[in-house]
Design a protein around this ligand. Structure first.
Ligand code: PXP
Length: 246
C-alpha cells in the first residue's frame, strides 16, 4: 500500500502573526517543526489580499525548506509569475474570492477549461507539478485530466462539515468514488480541507489517496498540545487507518 503523505498547511501561523504585525510566530519555524514531526510536505496559500502568508514567507519557504513546498494559488497572472520565480515542487490551483473566509468550494475546472489551460501548461513547462482543487465530481475530474493536471485535490469540506452520520457517509462515498475515478484517469489524488483528528481516519483509509493537506485544525490544536504533538498524532491516525485496510 502506498505511503500516505501528510502536507501541513501553515497559513494560520501567519494569521496569528499578522494579528499583531511583527514576526512572531514565524511560519518558517513552524515549517521546520512540521518537518521534524513527520510532515512529508508543506503547504502555503499566498492569497491575493495577503491576509496570512506573505511574499517574504514564500521566498523563505522556497529557499530553506528541505521537504517539498505545495504553493496554493489562484489562477492569476500575478500568482503565476510568483510560482515561476520560486519553482515550488507543486502548485495547487484554488478558487479565491476576496470576501470568503477560506476556500469555499472547488475550482470549476469543467466550466473554466479555457481559462485554466494556459496556467497548467506554463506551470508544467517550468517542471512544477500541477494540482487542481476540485469537488468530488466526475465532470471536474475528467476536465482536470483533459487539462493535463498531474494531481487533483478533492475538497473534503462537505464530508467534514456534515451534520449527521448519514450525510457524512454519503460525502465519504463521493470522495471514495472520486478517488477511484482519479486513478482510472491517471491523476494522483489528494484530499484536504477541514480535516481533524475525528474525521481523518476514513479518508486516510481510501487506498488511492496519496496525500492529505491539513492546516487549520493542526494549528488550533497546537495551542493545546503543541505543534509537534499535533502533527505526530495526525500522522499516527493516518498510518493506523492505512494499516487497517492493508
Ligand atoms: N487544501 C486546500 C486546497 C486548501 O485551500 C486548504 C485551506 O487553505 C486546505 C487544504 C487545508 O484546509 P484546512 O486548513 O481546513 O485543514
Amino acid at each position: 500500500m502506498k505511503h500516505l503523505r501528510l502536507g501541513v498547511n501553515i497559513d494560520h501561523v501567519a494569521t496569528i502573526r499578522n494579528a499583531r504585525g511583527g514576526v512572531h510566530p514565524d511560519p518558517l519555524r513552524a515549517a521546520r517543526i512540521a518537518e521534524a514531526a513527520g510532515a512529508d510536505g508543506l503547504t502555503a496559500h499566498l492569497r491575493e489580499d495577503r491576509r496570512h502568508i506573505s511574499d517574504g514567507d514564500i521566498t523563505r519557504l522556497a529557499k530553506e525548506l528541505t521537504i517539498p513546498l505545495n504553493f496554493e494559488m489562484a489562477a492569476t497572472e500575478e500568482m503565476l509569475r510568483i510560482a515561476l520565480d520560486h519553482k515550488p515542487h507543486a502548485s495547487c490551483l484554488v478558487p479565491e474570492k476576496r470576501e470568503e473566509r477560506t476556500t469555499e468550494g472547488g475550482l470549476d475546472v469543467a466550466g473554466g477549461h479555457n481559462m485554466l489551460q494556459s496556467y497548467v501548461t506554463e506551470l508544467k513547462s517550468a517542471k512544477i507539478r500541477v494540482s487542481l482543487f476540485i469537488e468530488a465530481d466526475q465532470r471536474q475530474l475528467e476536465a482536470a485530466a483533459r487539462l493535463g493536471a498531474d494531481i487533483v485535490e478533492i475538497h473534503a469540506g462537505a464530508y467534514c462539515d456534515a451534520e449527521d452520520g448519514h450525510r457524512r457517509q454519503q460525502e465519504l462515498e463521493r470522495i471514495r468514488k472520486a478517488a477511484a475515478i482519479a486513478e482510472d484517469l491517471g491523476l494522483e489524488c489528494h484530499a484536504g480541507h477541514g480535516l481533524t483528528f475525528g474525521t481523518v481516519g476514513p479518508i486516510a483509509a481510501i487506498p488511492t489517496i496519496a496525500e492529505l493537506n491539513i492546516g487549520h485544525f493542526l494549528i488550533g490544536e497546537a495551542i493545546f498540545i503543541g505543534l509537534e504533538n499535533a502533527i505526530q498524532k495526525m500522522r499516527n491516525l493516518m498510518d493506523d487507518a492505512r494499516k487497517a485496510v492493508a
